[in-house]
Design a protein around this ligand. Sequence first.
Ligand SMILES: NC(=O)c1ccc[n+]([C@@H]2O[C@H](COP(=O)([O-])OP(=O)(O)OC[C@H]3O[C@@H](n4cnc5c(N)ncnc54)[C@H](O)[C@@H]3O)[C@@H](O)[C@H]2O)c1
Length: 474
Amino acid sequence: MKISVIGAGYVGLTTAACLAQIGHDVFCSESDAEKLNKLQNGLMPLFEPHLEKVIQQVRAAGRLTFGTTDQAIEHGKAIFICVGTPPLPNGDADLSAIERVARSIAKQATGYRLVIEKSTVPVQTGSQLRKHLAVHGTNAWDYDVASNPEFLREGSAVEDFLHPDRIVIGVESTRAAELLREIYAPILKGNFTCPVHADCKPTKEPLLLMTDTNSAELIKHASNSFLAMKISFINMVANLCEVVRADVTKVAEGMGLDPRIGPSFLNPGIGFGGFCFPKDVQAFIRIAEKSGCDFSLLREVEKINQERIAHFVETIRRELWVLRGKKLALWGLAFKPNTDDVRFAPSIALISKLMEEGATIKAYDPEAMEKAREVLPEVHYCADPYEAAEGADAILIVTEWAEFREVNWTRVASIAEHRLIIDGRNMLSAKEVTCHGFHYVSVGRSSHGPAKEPVRDAVRQPEKAESEQVNLTA
Ligand SMILES: NC(=O)c1ccc[n+]([C@@H]2O[C@H](COP(=O)([O-])OP(=O)(O)OC[C@H]3O[C@@H](n4cnc5c(N)ncnc54)[C@H](O)[C@@H]3O)[C@@H](O)[C@H]2O)c1
């Protein structure tokens, strides 16, 4: 089918590439001239595993073209809107990019169009779109509007798109339902060449959930808000564990073994970030508010998350006493591993707070430094984790990149000023790092390692690392 995708960001680019991969003839538009120029010249404007390879293959096969939004409106019978819906100062989703696209479609379409919202939008956006297309239409074409929320995760976007748990479709007409079934048929039937797995045999078929547009729109906001709630819940349990000297890892494991709870999203840390959870929770609170429902539960979820950075800074202060003049190595900038995305990343708020307090930061991230530099140009960015750790009073782990588990701890121990690791993601093995003389502090667990006061003493007595499991955090 001839399909258009509007907006070549994390979602749009993945959608365009994967729809081309499963056999469709896709045109993808991008309004940012620099990004479009890169894409047209075979360069990537963002990092996402597997995506570059898929784009190269489908472009070579002639199934994916990049260009302007006007060309996209001309090309596709089905048009996926994948533009950003960032938060406004009051928490509402900013729908201006969606509105601009709808207006262009209404003015320029040269035939029937199925307009599909893939961007995350507030409930009833579909009805507004229908009205808008009718009001601004300068021709007699009719439209269908459908909601098809996207559940992919940055870092595994291609895999998630091609092997989803479920595909949610909200429609108001049989014509729209049939077209969307046709678009997703290869994925539903497992009938495509998987670019991720060499011998791809998915264990279960994705479920197709057909519903009305309002319900589909709500499914997306409710799902993200629920997951954010799970994260804030375990983060509060972690705070409690630190006070009563319990181990949040064990508590989470025990909870997750209950199938009604499940183990995912029970990893405590320095809070959720990225372009989805923070803004979607805010938007959902506002949607409820405007509908007369006081969703105060979600206000708490947001508040707990916002307090994570202050809590982490207090942990650092407890270990280092005075922050002014301290040299801190920050490992990880992206809001999660396997992406270069730093939008609403905890690292940004953390660095700002630490610099405000007079600490100097040397940061390293395998993929996100270019994007972080745009937001925080004053930070010293390093070529590898070792350069960041050189002379550091503490190493702060902010993103759980697998690379940080593989570092040569003997080398790190020899170049750091103090052997102190504060792991904001609970990703390291306490046993391994304490063996190298590090004092190891994590979230919601007792501290591990050599004597804490002063940290310099711990450096002088690495042989005590294994025997002394002193509980210092609480
Ligand atoms: N990033 C995720 O993990 C994720 C997952 C699920 C859903 N979503 C939702 O998908 C939407 C897009 O998210 P994203 O992360 O891809 O955002 P993004 O900012 O990376 O991408 C949006 C792109 O749309 C482009 N754009 C804006 N107006 C345009 C126009 N008129 N014509 C052509 N291009 C235009 C922007 O320049 C930008 O490149 C948001 O609503 C988001 O909430 C995101």
